[in-house]
Design a protein around this ligand. Structure first.
Ligand code: 5GP
Ligand code: MN
Length: 345
């Protein structure tokens, strides 16, 4: 196991689970609880946060908010999720909650302007599944073997005695199916399918959910993908001959097709299918003017090592970082790290 964070945690210990359960159970009736997920939230970030939030509501937590850093817009594919009424813009979030719970964030840097809430809160609890997690909470439930943060969230809900209902299940299912690539990635263990079975048993409709979150995009995004894929570059010699394929999209591309930034998140899936490359990369200009970089590997390269070296993080075969400079400079920086991140396969 090539893990960028030496001494990375294994599954949470019994003591860690007990501490997390106690942190929720000892909340007074008037406690304010703030849930935070990572910037540019994806299905696992939003789904695990809102699903857990609905569970806390069932436990009787009345003063409950959910938020994420940056503009308060939820990507269109997730605008039907149960529990969206918990969301508040970051500036409206409790300044000093009694408990803050973070979802799917590997490090404090993923919390943007909300990072100060960790210090001002009475206590902090981190739920995550990134091996690179820096354990920045008072209590950390970090399971690098979990396919999604929602696996950890379901584990805590179960220990709190909260039964699954269809609303909680829909959120957790979105999270689980997002991070397993619709149950296609290596992380799709028997335990993942067992969890999916528990969620489906509540009556949620997987066909509807998958179509909404994976198979629907505006025509402008279809055209934009066509352009971005049309300028993809294949470098067969990169990554020790395993090959690199990459492309990019700018704010100007988004504006020309009248599309919001989140549509670019799915672009990597249309690039990584390239047979001739182990490593794929999409460089996406952000409203802040820098670049959100997505990296994927089919198994020959530990892309989390590349991402960590460039200031980001993630998983072995799916990682990312924030790039600066020109697109060429960003891709140069990646190329330079690839050989050092080759896995013995
Ligand atoms: P994606 O390419 O889908 O945005 O992200 C892939 C994985 O890399 C996710 O697990 C995500 O959390 C992680 N990741 C993406 N960008 C960053 C980043 O800038 N910093 C860190 N620490 N992780 C990132
Ligand atoms: Mn995740």
């Amino acid at each position: 196991m090539t893990d960028p964070a030496a001494g990375a945690p294994e599954a949470p210990t019994g003591a860690e689970w007990a501490a997390a359960v106690a942190a929720v159970r000892r909340l007074p009736a008037d406690a304010r609880v703030l849930l935070i997920c990572h910037v540019n939230p994806d299905g696992d970030a939003l789904g695990s946060m809102l699903g857990f939030g609905l569970g806390l509501r069932r436990l009787g937590v009345r003063q409950l908010q959910a938020t994420f850093p940056g503009p308060p817009e939820v990507p269109e594919p997730f605008r039907w999720l149960p529990g969206l009424d918990l969301l508040v813009p970051q500036d409206a979030a409790y300044p000093d909650p009694d408990l803050v719970i973070c979802f799917d964030a590997a490090s404090e840097s993923r919390l943007g302007d909300l990072v100060g809430r960790l210090g001002s809160a009475g206590a902090s609890l981190v739920l995550d599944h990134h091996a690179s997690n820096t354990r920045f909470g008072d209590i950390n439930l970090v399971d690098p073997h979990a396919a999604a943060t929602s696996v950890v969230a379901e584990g805590l809900l179960d220990r709190l005695g909260v039964p699954l209902d269809a609303d909680i299940a829909a959120c957790l299912y979105v999270a689980l199916s997002t991070d397993t690539g619709s149950f296609r990635f290596e992380a799709t263990t028997p335990a993942v399918h067992e969890m999916a079975a528990r969620l489906l048993a509540t009556g949620i409709r997987p066909g509807d959910i998958s179509r909404r979150i994976f198979d629907t995009r505006p025509f402008g995004a279809v055209r934009l993908f066509g352009e971005a894929i049309g300028r993809a570059r294949l470098e067969p010699g990169a990554a020790g001959g395993r090959g690199l394929v990459w492309t990019y999209a700018t704010l100007d591309d988004l504006a020309r097709h009248d599309q919001p930034p989140y549509v670019l998140e799915a672009l990597i899936d249309s690039v990584r299918c390239t047979a001739e490359a182990d490593v794929s990369c999409v460089v996406k200009q952000t409203p802040a003017g820098d670049w959100a970089v997505s990296l994927r590997s089919k198994g020959a390269v530990d892309v989390s090592r590349v991402a960590v070296a460039l200031g980001g993080g993630g998983h072995r075969f799916a990682a990312g970082f924030t790039g600066r400079g020109s697109v060429d400079e960003v891709v140069d920086s990646i190329r330079a790290e690839l050989d050092g991140a080759l896995l013995a396969v």
